[in-house]
Design a binder for this molecule. Structure first.
Ligand code: NAP
Length: 301
């Protein structure tokens, strides 16, 4: 099929979108439609707010209507993986899919582009990181993607600290054996002394919790009194606000910081690559344009 773009949607325009609940603040339609236009692809990307009880019907309906594919976001990523006929290795390992492809034979393929998004963003931010140790705060879906990506990037030790420790323990038990011996995963209590020890042994700290996200911008995921080392790199997956309290304090401590915007962009690009079976290389100038566009959209909210 040809995806050469026309000026306006026509009978050949492919339908794409994101399904979430809520989805009203999603940046994905702006981001994906900008990418589609830049790449001259004849497709249109929409946002669909679907309650969990209607998710299965919505996916079946999208398949019946001949949608090319969908992104799936909170709270549907695990259910999406369950509905797929075939999963990518990463989606199977994470038991969550954020990218669905509706195939001509009626089957649904599911992939998870979050690990790729984080990997590419980290390579952009700190291409020099080798043989490193990392501390991940959080043990939800995003943390699992981050841990997988860190292992793929060659991290030696990853400490996982989460408010609900049993979730961190489950993450270690489920992902640990699949990652092989190169990366050792350790869960630890989210308290000042344990987290400080992990910080002191790490070159990278990642906030993969939702703590600090708007509107609770005064919250930080770090336990009280934990001091960051100025030589370390600090990433927050949150991009609203662009600079969380966690990132601001890390910057004040002398650390290099990065927010979640690049991960958002690169996971979106990876979804496009899957839907259109093509390789997309973002020129540095265009990446900067995308960041500016998204930053503008966030500040006008
Ligand atoms: P999730 O599965 O719901 O996990 C939420 C995590 O935050 C859990 O570890 C949870 O701990 C922790 N948490 C929530 N409230 C807390 C509190 N008051 N104190 C301590 N910990 C708390 O969500 P997710 O999908 O992993 O997303 C996590 C964050 O990553 C969100 O901010 C999301 O926007 C961001 N994200 C960004 C990107 C990107 O492209 N930049 C991609 C995916 C996600 P418990 O287990 O104890 O509840």
């Amino acid at each position: 099929m040809s995806f050469a773009r026309k000026q306006l949607p026509d009978a050949h325009t492919a339908t794409l979108g994101v399904v979430g609940h809520p989805v009203g603040h999603s940046l994905s339609p702006l981001l994906q439609n900008t990418l589609l236009r830049k790449l001259s692809l004849n497709a249109c990307y929409h946002a669909f707010d679907v309650e969990p009880a209607r998710f299965r019907d919505a996916i079946r309906g999208a398949a019946s209507l001949g949608f090319l594919g969908l992104n799936v976001t909170v709270p549907h990523k695990q259910r999406a993986a369950e509905l797929c006929d075939l999963l990518s290795d990463e989606a199977r390992l994470l038991r969550a899919a954020n990218t669905l492809v509706f195939r001509p034979d009626g089957s649904i393929f599911g992939a998870n582009t979050d690990p790729f998004g984080f990997r590419r963003a980290l390579q952009e931010f700190r291409p020099d990181l080798r043989d490193f140790n990392a501390l991940v705060l959080g043990a939800g879906g995003a943390a699992r993607s981050v841990v997988l990506a860190l292992s793929q990037l060659g991290s030696r030790n990853v400490w996982i600290a989460n408010r609900t420790r049993s979730r961190a323990q489950a993450l270690v038990q489920e992902l640990g054996p699949a990652l092989g011996e190169a990366t050792a995963l350790h869960d630890l209590p989210l308290d000042s002394s344990n987290v400080q020890r992990a910080v002191d042994a790490s070159q990278l700290v990642v906030n993969a919790t939702s703590v600090g996200m708007a509107p609770d911008v005064d919250a930080t995921p770090l336990p009280p009194g934990v001091r960051l080392n100025p030589a370390m790199a600090v990433v927050d997956l949150i991009y609203n606000p662009l600079e969380t309290r966690f990132l601001r304090e890390a910057k004040e401590a002398g650390c290099e910081i990065d927010n979640g915007l690049n991960m958002l962009i690169f996971q979106a690009v990876a979804s496009l690559e899957i839907w259109f079976e093509t390789e997309v290389n973002l020129e540095p100038n265009f990446l900067t344009e995308l960041r500016t566009l998204l930053t503008g959209a966030l500040s006008s909210e």
